[in-house]
Ligand binder design. Sequence first.
Ligand code: NAI
Length: 336
Amino acid sequence: MKIAVFETEGWEQRAFDVLADGHKIQFFSEPLSKEKPGNAADAEMISTFIYSDLSREIIQRFNRLKLIATRSTGFDHIDTEYCRQRGIVVSNVPTYGDHTVAEHVFALLLTISHRLCEAIDRTRKGDFSSKGLQGFDLRGKTLGVIGTGNIGQRAIEIARGMGMKVLAYDVKPDESLASALGFRYAGMDELLGGSDAVTLHVPANKKTHHLLSGPEFSKMKDGVVLINTSRGTVVDVMALARALAEGKVAAAGLDVLPEEPLIQEEAELLRSFYEKKYDLERLLSGHILLNLRNVVITPHNAFNTREAVERILETTVENIRAFAQGEPQNVVVGKD
Ligand code: NAI
């Protein structure tokens, strides 16, 4: 079969070598987009990461497409409804990096609690004074974990290991998990009111869109810390910017923003607005967050360790192979 692999470079491409016997593989370093559709319209399988545009308009160009093997856990970048209509199977990588992302949660939280950005900035300038750099302990504090799936569970284990208490909320609570890991499920309001830091681990979908907005921020403890490594749309960034300005939220560590690729340059930001691609208010609030001292932002990099990427590639190759052998695995959208 003909396979087009987007968003890969260098050593990552070699992971697909094992498929070369029997399949024709084309690689594209760019994400799949309207501007850069790649010369692969006859591909029967495509594999992308999350920056590819997999809207109906783009998928329609692949008239022989049978499989989309996304190299991610989340699949909100894919028009799954259209895939269902066309009988295109979508497979994902369910658990490549639960520890990896959970470690990043604590990288962000510790960066905030130990004021690492300011401290490192200062010593790089040759200033070794610790004046004004006092942080706070995590031990003894309460972490609110929203979503106790794979990543949420690993975050809870690390939190417990650091001596934190954990309150959790999930639409499908699992009491045996709670007693095994030593945490307690609570309603959303109790979690918001009782947590010193809140971390999000839910998928992006219609129900989780703006799960945290103005009313939720107002229920939080004064001076709470918010960590988001799930998806940008789960948090209403305008409400977050307001809560930060009012001091309700003391600091935020964000690996994800609603308009990740677009907020890098002002010119790009304005162009998107004039092309009516995105909502300017949302873009601007993302842009404002980038420049706040009490907000730490990483570029959707929580998953990005050598080991996690190796696991992503291994599972994706297995997903492709299993599909080609008529036994698809890790299916998130099936033929029916
Ligand atoms: P998972 O599917 O194992 O767990 C998600 C949990 O959220 C489940 O327990 C589910 O019951 C719960 N949930 C769903 N809707 C909910 C709602 N409305 N309210 C409360 N709980 C709800 O997913 P996993 O592996 O833990 O990943 C979570 C998310 O993290 C992914 O969907 C993805 O968007 C994001 N992610 C981010 C990465 C990064 O690099 N920043 C890397 C990998 C995943």
